[in-house]
Design a protein around this ligand. Sequence first.
Ligand code: C2E
Ligand code: MG
Ligand code: MG
Ligand code: MG
Length: 276
Amino acid sequence: QAKKQGRNNYQMYDVLLDRKAFERLQIENELRKALERNEFALHYQPIVNLCKNEIKGAEALIRWQNERVGHVSPDQFIPIAEETGLIIPIGEWVLKTALQQLKDWHSNGMDRLTVSVNLSIRQFYQPDLIPMIKETLELAGVEPRFLTIEITESMTMDVEKASVILHELKELGVNISIDDFGTGYSSLSYLKRFPIDHLKIDRCFVKDIADNKSDENIATTIILMAHNLGLSVIAEGVETVDQLGVLKQHHCNEAQGYHFSKPVPGEEFSKIRVPS
Ligand code: C2E
Ligand code: MG
Ligand code: MG
Ligand code: MG
């Protein structure tokens, strides 16, 4: 009986595995054609300056809608785009599209807005990253100081190489944010060696900030440490007015989250109002 059961379980597992592998393959195949079929879009989420209570920037977040696989979240398809190398052309499309959108906003009265673009690790270590960004900025007619590049801690494991690239980015004149801070392997010492402008506290540290003293302490410590290093702090995933209260009390500089707005298509961005 046990043997039979075990065998059934094994077969069940196998079927699930096949299904997963098939799904992945299907995503990969569809992903290869997604750019030429115009299936990507960018949504933008406001980044709010907490002192002035005004929108300071927009984070560009990619969306993919495909006929066969439906809506696939970036957490699902970006890793596949990474492995296949498709992230290179997709990443260039993201940067180009975000900068064109920003140019549009600048021409329509929102002339101090910045745009933040996420890089993945393969893009970050791509040899022509710096000239690519420079060219795309020039083509869009946007000054580098209006662009923020978001990278994650795990991308900086090779401290020497990362340091060179980050200094080149800084030299170019763009801003640098460390995204999802606190979730990766960070040696705090590297923060001092990198020319970083902002730390984004991952939303897992913001979640229980208003209900749990030790979570509040972690967030407070990150804010203090960042300020001591001369960095400004952005809180991610702010959903409630209580979370916002705690963050303001501890002098967090900026915040992002559903409390202000979900990511929206570019045309809707100018309609967003910051709750007072
Ligand atoms: P991220 O850069 O940390 O982006 C924040 C994610 O949190 C976004 O998910 C956003 O929609 C979500 N979010 C924002 N506010 C809230 C909130 O209040 N509550 C909750 N629960 N979630 C919130 P999204 O758009 O699904 O993106 C997931 C990740 O995919 C991003 O994390 C980023 O790492 C990656 N990604 C997105 N767009 C791009 C892109 O163009 N290029 C690259 N390389 N990666 C991207
Ligand atoms: Mg980000
Ligand atoms: Mg993040
Ligand atoms: Mg993330």
